[in-house]
Design a protein around this ligand. Structure first.
Ligand code: CTP
Ligand code: CA
Length: 225
């Protein structure tokens, strides 16, 4: 192993990361979305690039600058994110779903701006595809899949259930009820779940957490699964 390999441990690997929120259109001027800043996903993508990987970042609308030397794919809706992610997933070695994908979208997006009329407006929503679950179904033996989980209660149990249901190798669980964790911040407080373990990590910088996640995925790929 040369010096360069030590610093570029992900050389020759393709890392696919999703980040940010999705926007689900209601009409030409309105959408439903969430508070995801994209910071954690961007931090992972930047870290993977610095570790020598070929990086593709599928990103919802965020106010962050595009990352140099990373293939950026910009999308708005969950349906578009699914299309972009599945297209890039086939030859990816590591896939990390850090995006906050909307679970539901308005059943129809109006062609024209919705005018106000009654005192109440009822919008019907339909379920979006679960991208991570689909990735878990089509995962090849050499692929390593990492999901995220946002929880406000019963974190350990809910996160374990997601890891299993979506066939992930690694799951990073965000406790949204903790300060310094999750949306908008530069730090994160998470639990790291694998098939047979759970570890509660201390507060970490998002890029530092990115490094930890990628190192875990590399260990899993090397057969410590
Ligand atoms: N996810 C996805 N597609 C969706 C919803 C979620 O790929 N339509 C992914 C997220 O990117 C994340 C993981 O699934 O990596 C868990 O997301 P989360 O919202 O915590 O869990 P859900 O499965 O959507 O369950 P719920 O929101 O009901 O807790
Ligand atoms: Ca969800």
């Amino acid at each position: 192993v040369s010096d360069a390999d030590e610093f570029k441990p992900l050389k020759t690997l393709k890392v696919l990361v999703s980040a940010g929120p999705t926007q689900e259109p209601l009409d030409p001027v309105r959408f439903i979305s969430n508070h995801s800043s994209g910071k954690q996903g961007y931090a992972i993508a930047a870290q993977a690039r610095d570790m020598g990987a070929d990086v593709v970042l599928v990103s919802g609308p965020v106010s962050l600058d595009p990352l140099p030397d990373v293939k950026m794919v910009s999308i708005h809706s969950a349906i578009d994110m699914e299309k972009a992610v599945l297209k890039e997933a086939a030859d990816a070695d590591f896939i990390i779903m850090a995006a906050a994908v909307a679970d539901y979208r308005p059943k129809a997006s109006a062609d024209q701006k919705i005018k106000k009329s009654d005192d109440h407006l009822i919008v019907e929503f339909v379920r979006n595809p679960d991208i991570l679950k689909k990735l878990g179904e089509i995962k090849t033996p050499s692929q390593v899949l990492c999901g995220f989980a946002m929880e406000t209660q019963n974190l350990d149990e809910n996160a374990r259930e997601k890891l299993e249901k979506k066939n992930c190798d690694l799951l990073i669980a965000n406790n949204l009820s903790t300060k310094g964790a999750g949306f908008q911040t530069d730090t994160n407080i998470v639990s790291l779940l694998k098939k047979d373990s759970i570890e509660h990590l201390p507060k970490m910088d998002k890029k530092e957490l990115g490094k930890r996640i990628l190192e875990e995925m590399l260990a899993i790929k090397k057969g410590e699964k």
